[in-house]
Structures are given as C-alpha cells and as structure tokens.
Design a protein around this ligand. Structure first.
Ligand SMILES: [Zn+2]
Length: 219
C-alpha cells in the first residue's frame, strides 16, 4: 500500500467513527413498538402527547414495568388536559458504556442516534454527581448540552417510578426546573406517592411551553 492510499484509509476510518471512538454503526434502534394508551382519560383533554421510551438491550429494565409506570404517569398529568395518546417503546443496541447516564456519554449517544422527543431513557445507573434517580433536561437548561434537550434519564431501581416519570415529564414539558412547596404537589422536590397534584398555574405552563417547544399538539 502506498503512503497516500494509507492516508485515505485513515480518513475513511475517522469518518466512520464518532469523536470519542465509538463506531456509529454499533448504535442502532433494534426494535420499536407502539402502544395506544387508554382512551378513558381522553374526554376532557385539550392536548395530545406522544412519548418515546428507550431501553438498552442486555440491561435490567423490563418493558412491562415501564409500560405500567408510563400509564400511571399519564394519569397524573391528565388533569392538565394532556392526553398521552401513544407510547413508543424503542430498544437501543449500543456498547455498554451507553447503558449509563453521564452528560458526556449520553450526549455522545444522541449525536450518533437521533431520537424523537420528549424521550425517556431507562438506564442502568447514573455517573453524574449528585446522582439522581431521575434527571430531566429541558430546552432552557440544555444550552451547553443541546443533544440532551427534552430528555429524561431514569436509573434502574428509581423509587416511586410513576411519580418520578410524571415529575420529570412536567419539568420537560413546562421547560422549568421549578419545584413546589404545596402539600401533595407532584413537583415537590422529594418524589413520593402522596405527591400527585398539579396546580392550575402549573398546568397552564405545561400546555403553553409544551406547545411552544413542539412537544404537545393542541386539539
Ligand atoms: Zn424536580
């Protein structure tokens, strides 16, 4: 091989490899399944929402647990007039490093894999510190990490999963990290089963920002 041909091969190899050295072709959606959610909460809804939930091949999360928790989370935001119309459950095949949440690694994942939003990722654990059970990145706080806009990362074993999903979803839809001191409010900073309500003001912001950011469809 001449030196010139050698350089061309190297250039091609660099093109096929992401900056951190993970070949893009090793990251893919292995399977995608759509679930039409119950129409029961449908009657008074003013806005529709489609959620995209991602798991990773070879990890601990079970799809039945996720579907159950998303169904319950949908009931928690239904009083705001938001109806989860469809859940798309997508399984990602990716190297093990991507099965964990860290700002750097997860940005890298979403650079090689484009996903519709809002997107949940059910990961094995988080490498970020402080380590949260679940973490949401809205549009407003994604400036230094644009790939992560409108995503939620949930560690395996997260407590009060349904409440945690709904809580993080509200952060994303309302594009706000605000918490509430109101007793029983879903947006209290500590997630708990008893914290399940949303105020009229919170609902208004969810609908307005959700539509503005292209995450909610008004009927
Ligand atoms: Zn929060």
């Amino acid at each position: 091989m001449s030196p010139r041909a050698g350089l061309q091969s190297l250039a091609l190899a660099l093109l096929l490899t992401s900056p951190q050295g993970f070949p893009a072709e090793r990251v893919r959606i292995a399977e995608a399944t759509s679930f039409i959610m119950s129409a029961k909460a449908d009657l008074n809804a003013s806005h529709d929402l489609v959620l995209y939930a991602h798991t990773f091949l070879g990890t601990h999360w079970r799809t039945d647990v996720i579907i159950q928790a998303v169904t319950e989370a949908a009931l928690l935001i239904a009083p705001c007039g938001v109806h989860v119309k469809r859940l798309e459950l997508r399984t990602i095949e990716a190297p093990r490093a991507f099965h964990f949440y860290s700002t750097q690694q997860s940005r890298e994942l979403l650079r090689v894999l484009e996903v519709p939003k809002p997107a949940f990722f059910f990961v094995e654990d988080t490498y970020n510190r402080p380590a949260f059970d679940a973490e949401a990145i809205g549009l407003a706080n994604s400036k230094g990490r644009p790939e992560l806009a409108n995503t939620v990362w949930v560690a395996y074993g997260a407590r009060d999963l349904s409440q945690a999903l709904a809580h993080e979803l509200v952060h994303v839809l309302s594009d706000s990290g605000a918490h509430s001191n109101e007793p029983g409010n879903l947006m209290r900073d500590e997630t708990a089963l008893a914290n399940s309500s949303l105020s009229g003001t919170q609902c208004e912001r969810i609908r307005a920002q959700g539509v503005a950011n292209g995450l909610l469809a008004p009927r």
